[in-house]
Ligand binder design. Structure first.
Ligand code: SIN
Length: 279
């Protein structure tokens, strides 16, 4: 197995392993180590059946709970991210977010497998939350460390949400719900449970307030922190090829799907791995 990191260490490409086969404990251990170190792993050229994607996911833990999207028939832990050539809705996941950060225990990993990739556009951007934390000014770092953020799924997944509603044609099977109005408290700076590194952990979609601050002041701080976290130097742009698989660490990375492929279809299959309560 060959692990080739991106030049700045954020992201790595792994070749020389066949994910359709059962993996040895040693191979899984090395993939896990690379994932913790490089945060976004890419495995090119991995044609996989759904059962093989499921088996690969389970090497890293229990499945996460994926609300608001109907899973693939017969595969309750796999969702299809689909955008048809003529679709006019924004691509699913095209605002920066960390997956399901509104949950009490958001996923540790997301795994995305490319089935059909447009000839151009449709990249995924990833932002490194560790570097964002490390680069905060001393003043902002001190201010953030004791703060608690409020997360909610209401902006995209309530009945009026921008993913669920909006009257645009969307081929994905979204299930809006009143449960999206619930809120969850998480620290603004989270300590990764495995690496013990600190990551800035707010995102523009699901972070809806800061405890103890008024709506305007909280929103201003979220915008300031997200503006910082999403600076160019913290971002890795991933260009897809068919049958490529990526796996990223939601505990220190946020991501954003790109458009730019109108007139072409894009299909991905996605699973998540359960995580623990951020602290
Ligand atoms: C997502 O998981 O948010 C979607 C990412 C993508 O389709 O590139």
């Amino acid at each position: 197995m060959n692990i080739e990191p991106q030049p700045n260490g954020f992201g790595a490409s792994i070749t020389g392993v066949d994910l359709s086969q059962q993996l040895s404990d040693d191979t899984v251990r090395r993939i896990r180590k690379a994932w913790l170190r490089h945060m976004v792993l890419c495995f090119p050229n991995q044609p996989l059946m759904l059962s093989e994607l499921e088996r690969f996911t389970r090497y890293f833990g229990e499945y996460g709970d994926d609300p608001y999207v109907t899973p693939i028939d017969g595969h309750p832990n796999v969702i299809e991210i689909r955008r048809e050539a003529q679709e006019n809705a924004s691509p699913f996941g095209s605002s920066w977010h960390s997956d399901w950060s509104f949950q009490a225990t958001p996923p540790s990993a997301t795994i995305l497998h490319a089935r059909e990739v447009p000839p151009y556009g449709g990249d995924t951007l990833y932002a490194d939350g560790y570097r964002a934390f490390d680069a905060l000014t001393a003043e902002l770092r001190a201010r953030c460390q004791g703060l608690t953020a409020i997360h909610s799924a209401r902006r995209p997944y309530s009945h009026a949400g921008f993913v669920a509603g909006g009257g645009k044609h969307r081929s994905m099977k979204i299930r809006p719900s009143d449960t999206a109005l619930a809120t969850q408290r998480h620290p603004v700076v989270r300590t990764h449970p495995e690496t013990q590194r600190k990551a800035l952990w707010v995102n523009p979609v699901y972070t809806v307030g800061i405890e103890g601050l008024g709506a305007q002041e909280g929103q201003a701080l979220i915008q300031q922190l997200c503006g910082h976290a999403l600076r160019d130097e913290f971002i890795y742009r991933h260009r897809w090829q068919p049958h490529m698989l990526t796996m990223w660490d939601n505990r220190c990375v946020q991501h954003c799907a790109q458009g730019g492929y109108d007139g072409h279809r894009r299909i991905m299959y996605r699973t998540t791995v359960a995580g623990d309560a951020p602290c």
